[in-house]
Design a protein. Structure first.
Length: 253
């Protein structure tokens, strides 16, 4: 597999973005901010955009650009509770691939607060169920409360535990604890999703320089109660990381 990251990039702090977006606007998030908006009017327009436009268009675009293949949908077929889904963060559009992998099931996507500082994009991603992760400590209590309620009500919330976007990174980086903390606190499973790359085949290899993409949904990993909460979080994080890392390594063979 071709290496898209230079050695100096690998030496960056693993939670630091390699590419920085233009973020000229201010974002106003306070204790009254609705991270999960279930209002009827908002839900109507959100569903209209998501199911009526985004899914059909992105299905075509991801197939054309990445020859996207999705595997393992059977692993979430019988998902009856709320869940945390996690994936490696290796493409600007990998959230669209996760959304397509879940199909008609609603997924909410956590993202950097900075994403809500980008003109037009901020409105679009809000309708497409993006949730800004607040940087201000005083707002994190509200953020946590609303996400806990959403998980208890059967919703799926996606996290990028690597935190930073590293385009076409072909290895799994270290995970932050946030996603697994929510899983343990709410007693919901974690659905690992692995994004891997493959060489273009057929006519595509004549004009495609970068690799095509496969998204694989692994079997959900259930939380385990431990006497020590920190140990529970760490154990769950390690289990998910190992499952994803093993899949990536097997893909390279």
């Amino acid at each position: 597999m071709e290496k898209y990251l230079e050695q100096e990039d690998m030496e960056l702090a693993e939670n630091e973005d390699i590419i920085h977006m233009y973020e000229p606007l201010e974002v106003h998030i306070d204790e009254n901010y609705k991270y999960i908006n279930d209002g009827k009017i908002f839900s109507f327009f959100s569903n209209l955009l998501y199911y009526g436009l985004a899914i059909p268009v992105l299905t075509i675009l991801d197939k054309i650009i990445y020859d996207l293949k999705i595997e393992g949908k059977e692993n979430i077929k019988n998902l009856q509770t709320g869940a945390i889904s996690v994936s490696n963060h290796v493409l600007f559009l990998d959230c669209t691939m996760v959304g397509l992998a879940f199909g008609l099931k609603k997924v909410y996507f956590t993202t950097r607060e900075g994403s809500f500082k980008i003109p037009f994009i901020r409105k679009l991603i809000k309708l497409l169920r993006a949730i800004p992760i607040p940087t201000d400590i005083k707002n994190k209590e509200c953020f946590t409360k609303q996400l806990n309620e959403a998980l208890q009500n059967g919703k799926v919330i996606h996290f990028y535990p690597e935190q930073a976007l590293w385009p076409y990174c072909d290895r799994l980086r270290k995970f932050k604890n946030g996603a697994f903390n929510f899983a343990i606190n709410n007693k919901v499973p974690v659905v690992p999703i692995v994004i891997t790359f493959r060489k273009p085949k057929g006519i595509r290899k004549l004009f495609k320089k970068k690799d095509d993409v496969t998204v694989k949904i692994l079997e959900p990993i259930k939380y385990e109660d431990e006497e020590n909460k920190k140990e529970s979080i760490e154990k769950l994080k390690e289990q998910v990381h190992k499952a994803m890392e093993d899949n990536i390594m097997n893909n390279e063979r």
